[in-house]
Design a protein around this ligand. Structure first.
Ligand SMILES: C[S@@+](CC[C@H](N)C(=O)[O-])C[C@H]1O[C@@H](n2cnc3c(N)ncnc32)[C@H](O)[C@@H]1O
Length: 458
């Protein structure tokens, strides 16, 4: 619950309050920040423009956390771990604005942050403390370390937890680990998948150009457009309401291709449909091949968003959606399917650039917990795969426990399946991401980290 200090007092409708409260709730619940911020935005009736600023601040803090902590250690006499969480996150929010968001005047950054502390009902002494530290950072700014370099190592800040950087260092080496962290700490490029039933990539590119929005064709996926400078709200892009595009990284756009070659009239299942990114790809094929598509998703929030996306992009489609688990579908006796995509729940360590909350919300112990769920989902999907059918397993993780190891364990207990080379099904530019017959790009400025394996049932 948000802090509501005095009776009948409503929390303020400000971006800073929403940002600080989001960081507090994330720390308590280890939940993704996007729905948390949406919820706080509604609770506190924060205007839409301020929600955008709150998100910029929250993501910025999460991408620069170790740098901001080092500043706190320098500027405060008290140990950081003893701070009230609201004060700790107020300082992160204040310092991030002062040192990174040039468009916000210093006085506004300080005053608005202190106002949020006041509105949270914290005593005047703590309001004065936050005010003092932020003003001190302004005074000391010329001598403070820059945001880009850790003075101890003389290299860029990693801004990732040690358990993650240690395992990446061991697997990929120091330089590659640092490259991944640096890439994750940059603002990611917005990538769209163009809806081929509503427009073409060329037509949509022209609409963007006419609206003065720079874009370039994707490098790997045939329907991808990248908008490198776009920071604005997605619904304000041309053709949003008419369903001309879906936001989707290039790696995820390629995953459904692995279900090919598609059998005309065949039955296909998106077994973990989420918001429907990959279901959309199958629906586009449906127009030519009369596929029969089922998409399932148990989570109520995601299931609602799946429905909204399908309605916006493909109104009147014949796709069957069900709010249920894969286990429910198996128990109901549905199947067999000619192709099943298991885009499994995972740690998400390949997309912690796009979703910086992930790096702080996960622990190493989570990896084996995810592995158990992933194997269980694959076991269920195996039972529903038709003879000669395709089973595609995908995650947005970089960790072998959730990727290669899951495939190895699955194939050990299902000898009727074999792993096949994805290369013939992918555009040639994506061939460089194939290793050991799996599609596994590591994150950089052009693509998110991802893993996909294609198996065929004999
Ligand atoms: C990685 S996300 C899928 C993303 C989605 N394919 C997309 O492109 O937007 C994994 C999804 O699996 C769902 N899930 C979790 N347990 C499940 C189960 N037992 N059966 C089916 N789906 C499940 C989660 O709710 C989550 O939405």
């Amino acid at each position: 619950m948000p802090r509501i200090p005095q009776k009948n007092r409503k929390p303020p409708k400000t971006a800073r309050y929403a940002a600080i409260e989001t960081l507090c709730r994330m720390e308590r619940s280890r939940s993704p920040v996007k729905p948390l911020l949406e919820g706080i935005g509604v609770e506190c009736r924060v205007p839409a423009a301020d929600r955008g600023l709150a998100m910029t601040i929250v993501y910025g803090v999460l991408r620069h956390r170790q740098y901001l902590e080092s500043l706190m250690d320098r500027l405060c006499r008290h140990p950081r771990h003893k701070f009230d969480p609201f004060i700790l996150h107020s300082l992160e929010v204040g310092l991030f604005q002062l040192l990174r968001l040039d468009r916000i005047p210093q006085s506004a950054a300080v005053n608005e942050t202190v106002q949020a502390v006041k509105a949270a009902g914290l005593p005047q002494r703590l309001q004065g403390f936050v005010n003092g530290i932020l003003r001190e950072s302004i005074r000391q700014r010329p001598t403070l370390p820059g945001i880009d370099t850790d003075p101890q190592s003389g290299r860029p800040w990693l801004n990732h937890p040690a358990w993650l950087t240690n395992r990446w260092r061991q697997r990929f080496g120091e330089d590659e680990m640092r490259r991944i962290c640096a890439s994750n700490n940059e603002e990611p490029t917005l990538v769209l998948k163009i809806n081929g039933t509503a427009t073409t990539r060329e037509q949509y590119r022209m609409s963007l150009t006419s609206a003065g929005i720079a874009c370039r064709d994707g490098l790997f996926a045939p329907q991808a457009l990248a908008l490198p400078d776009c920071q604005g709200a997605i619904p304000l892009l041309p053709g949003y309401a008419a369903g001309h595009f879906l936001v989707q990284d290039e790696a995820t756009q390629l995953a459904p291709l692995l279900l090919g070659p598609f059998r005309p009239g065949g039955r296909y299942l998106d077994a973990c449909a989420g918001l429907g990114g990959k279901t959309c790809h199958l629906i586009e094929l449906e127009h030519d091949l009369a596929l029969r598509i089922t998409a399932i998703e148990p989570d109520p929030y995601r299931y609602r968003k799946l429905g909204e996306n399908l309605q916006r992009l493909y109104p009147g489609t014949g796709c069957t959606t069900r709010q249920c688990t894969l286990q429910d579908l198996v128990a109901a006796g549905d199947g067999p399917f000619d192709g099943i995509l298991v885009d499994a729940p995972c740690s998400g360590t390949g997309v912690t650039g796009r979703h910086p909350d992930i790096r702080w919300n996960r622990t190493e112990a989570d990896l084996l917990r995810y592995q158990a769920t992933q194997l269980e989902l694959l076991d269920q999907a195996a039972a529903m795969t038709a003879a000669g059918g395709i089973l595609v397993y995908a995650t947005c993780s970089l960790e072998p426990e959730e990727n290669e190891e899951v495939i190895r364990l699955f194939l050990l207990r299902h000898d009727q399946f074999r792993l096949t080379d994805p290369e013939p099904l992918l555009p040639s530019a994506a061939g460089r991401f194939i290793a050991d017959r799996c599609f596994a790009p590591r994150p950089d400025a052009t693509i998110d980290g991802f893993f996909a394996a294609r198996m065929v049932r004999r």
